[in-house]
Design a protein around this ligand. Structure first.
Ligand code: FAD
Length: 401
């Protein structure tokens, strides 16, 4: 056909919602839509710390793409994107290639170890469903073998988490829920297990409000998390971190949550990068590109008023999708494009199943059970947006705590 072809790369928050909105806003005769993703499922990146700690099953955190995107309306291709060739308007995939008239790049983040020796190859990272499952399997294996070993007190039950940002804190929050269950299952004294979080900055959760940080620290310490703030990781070895002036912290499981950057395909495709991402124009297009949008964790979107980029998160990725879909429609219809404006609804970090903290409704602080409830409302809101009541009943967080 000679209909324009819109190709969306990556079925995360930004890619799924862009595709969904395009199907709602465009007539079939207006454009062909193609969605390309590595897997045939979409996963909830913001729930991966729960998969990694084993507090939820990985299947709860994923949805078959064809369950929420009509395959008769959108061509679904499950393949790995290798590179974008801008000159020829082609996307190279592992097994084929595809041309586009309009391109949406929403390939998410990659773990960034900032060159810390050994970290990339020796630590686990919470990157996607498979890597997160792998972490929990490894943790459980440490427990299952413990009582079978002759000389087990070697730190094998220590879980070491590098990075005390949002992900690291949410992850240790889930670990304190899961560890007692594992202890019971494998007849292990809870006191033998250590959960240690290492953060280089003077405090965990850099950028968060002081009161909220204190709340999180106290709540997690009371449940057995040890914090090592102001502690610089020099090297990650197979079974330890070397920190500060050479002190070694042994562990059986090491997870790096200390940093992410944009997908490396951006660099391979020749986009100009700032700290691994593309600084997009107000309408979310890549600079100098009329037909390429870059969304979610691949993009820096500038907050003009504060002269710095908006924080990258799922909330923003979902909002990018709405603006992007409207702007593609505008391009197809020769109408003016709109500028992205972030509507910050707040941030809530979970600290386990029944505790959380954060800000909602322009900086109102919330803590404890009410914050945990709010967190579930946020999680469920997205499930509902993506797949309506049917998906909500299947994948919503409706379990009580
Ligand atoms: P993603 O949702 O990560 O999607 C990227 C997609 O691209 C994936 O489906 C992936 O499989 C696919 N893909 C990647 N590479 C390729 C390739 N080469 N070929 C084909 N497909 C590919 N944000 C919040 O707002 N609130 C939170 O509470 C929160 N909690 C978080 C907790 C954790 C543990 C983590 C890791 C992040 C959290 N975030 C949170 C951040 C949020 O998850 C990200 O900002 C968000 O996922 C970005 O969305 P995205 O669409 O850009 O990428």
């Amino acid at each position: 056909t000679n209909k324009p072809k819109i190709v969306v790369l990556g079925a995360g928050y930004a890619g799924m919602m862009t595709t969904k909105r395009l199907t709602q806003q465009l007539g079939r005769e207006e454009a062909d839509i193609v969605l390309i993703n590595k897997h045939n499922y979409h996963y909830q990146t913001t729930w991966l710390h729960e998969v990694a700690a084993g507090t939820i099953n990985h299947n709860s955190a994923r949805v078959m793409i064809s369950d929420v995107i009509n395959p008769n309306r959108v061509r679904l291709i499950y393949d790995e994107v290798v590179k974008v060739n801008k000159e020829e308007q082609l996307v190279e995939l592992e097994n084929s290639e595809i041309s586009y008239d309009y391109l949406v790049i929403s390939l998410g983040f990659e773990t960034n170890t900032f060159g810390i020796k050994g970290m990339k190859n020796k630590a686990f990272a919470i990157q996607d469903i498979d890597s997160s499952r792998n972490i929990y399997d490894h943790i459980e294996y440490q427990f299952s073998k413990y009582n079978n070993e002759k000389n087990p007190d070697d730190g094998s039950l220590t879980i070491l988490v590098g990075g005390g940002g949002f992900t690291g804190i949410e992850f240790v929050g889930e670990l304190v829920e899961q560890v007692p269950k594992l202890c019971k299952k494998y007849d292990i004294d809870r006191n033998k297990v250590r959960i240690i979080n290492v953060e280089a900055a003077p405090s965990i959760l850099p950028g968060f409000n002081e009161e909220l940080i204190d709340y999180a620290r106290k709540s997690l310490e009371a449940r057995g998390v040890e914090f090592r703030e102001d502690t610089k990781i020099q090297e990650c070895k197979k079974n330890s971190f070397v920190v500060n002036d050479g002190e070694e912290i042994p562990a059986g499981t090491i997870v790096w949550t200390g940093g992410v950057t944009g997908n490396s395909i951006l660099g391979k495709s020749g986009f100009e990068l700032t700290k691994g991402k593309v600084t997009v124009d107000e309408d979310l297009r890549a600079p100098e590109e009329d037909n390429i949008f870059i969304l979610g964790d691949c993009a820096w979107v500038m907050n003009k008023e504060e002269d710095r980029p908006y924080p990258p998160n799922a909330q923003a990725a979902i909002q990018h999708a709405a603006t992007c879909a409207r702007n593609i429609k505008a391009l197809l219809r020769n109408e003016p494009l709109e500028s992205f404006i972030f509507d910050d609804k707040g941030t809530v970090a979970s600290l386990g199943v029944s505790d959380a903290m954060g800000t909602v409704f322009s900086d109102r602080k919330i803590y404890g059970k009410s914050a945990a409830t709010m967190k579930k409302v946020i999680d469920n809101r997205y499930v509902f947006m993506l797949g309506g009541p049917k998906l909500f009943l299947k994948k919503g967080k409706i379990r009580p705590f």
